[in-house]
Write a protein of this length. Structure first.
Length: 94
């Protein structure tokens, strides 16, 4: 199962809301017997701010790793939404 919850985080309440969404996702996955692999779950904070406030999130008492880039559907997505890392990976394969 592959899901991508997204929340625009401007205040602490948004952090609490996203954590609550994660709890609901875990509850749903357990109900349908589709366990999440916590080790594969990552947090990508997307921001153009230099002082990006990185919050911590967890799934079943397992803190999720915060990453600066992630590969999804063949594309590398970075926290600043620039394509330079993706282009470098593609050109290195050529």
């Amino acid at each position: 199962m592959d899901i991508k919850p997204v929340k625009i985080e401007d205040r602490n309440l948004d952090t609490i809301a996203l954590q609550a969404d994660l709890v609901r996702i875990v509850d749903w996955s357990l109900r349908w017997q589709l366990r999440l692999s916590e080790s594969k779950c990552k947090i990508l904070h997307i921001s153009n701010r230099r002082n990006n406030r990185n919050a911590f999130y967890s799934i079943e008492n397992h803190y999720l790793e915060s990453v600066t880039s992630i590969r999804d559907l063949g594309y590398t997505i970075t926290s600043d939404l620039k394509f330079s890392q993706h282009c470098n990976l593609i050109s290195a394969k050529a």
